[in-house]
Design a protein around this ligand. Sequence first.
Ligand code: ZN
Length: 178
Amino acid sequence: PECSNMAEYIESLQRLAEQFGRLQGIGKKTAMRMAFSVIEMDEADAAEFASAILEAKEKIHECPICGNLTDTEICYVCDDETRDRSVICVVEDVKAVMSIEKVRGFRGVYHVLHGVISPVNGITPEKIRFRELIERAGQEGVKEVIIATNPTPDGEVTAMYISKYLKPLGITVTRLAY
Ligand code: ZN
């Protein structure tokens, strides 16, 4: 019989493949290949693999200032004293922080919303880190907010909503598409 059929009879292999299959973008075949790769690892590598998952889950949390992911108390951007705190770049998720950081041109700080306002999906401003943004932007020294939400309908709605709240505070609001 084929390997994939065989796997149905090996409960722990099936269980492992199911776990990989839960990952975003991983289909059944890929999940099974990944499970076989783990089986082929030696004991030490498998232990390292498992402990990397547990350590990441245990240590990684949201930065209390900007919402970026970090395994230190505050994230490396907020911790960097050379970054310009008068400019806040608003993004939907941590992946956007990573892609902007890769370019290395931006020297301000971030605010991660962890979502966008989406009337269709019932996501209201209260369900994302909107209030935290308004509070931060209202602090002394903040001059500019760059809104870098994605150019989707929800991203645009969110950008307009944020802009409406920030402009009366005397903050320069810039819409960035990337
Ligand atoms: Zn931070």
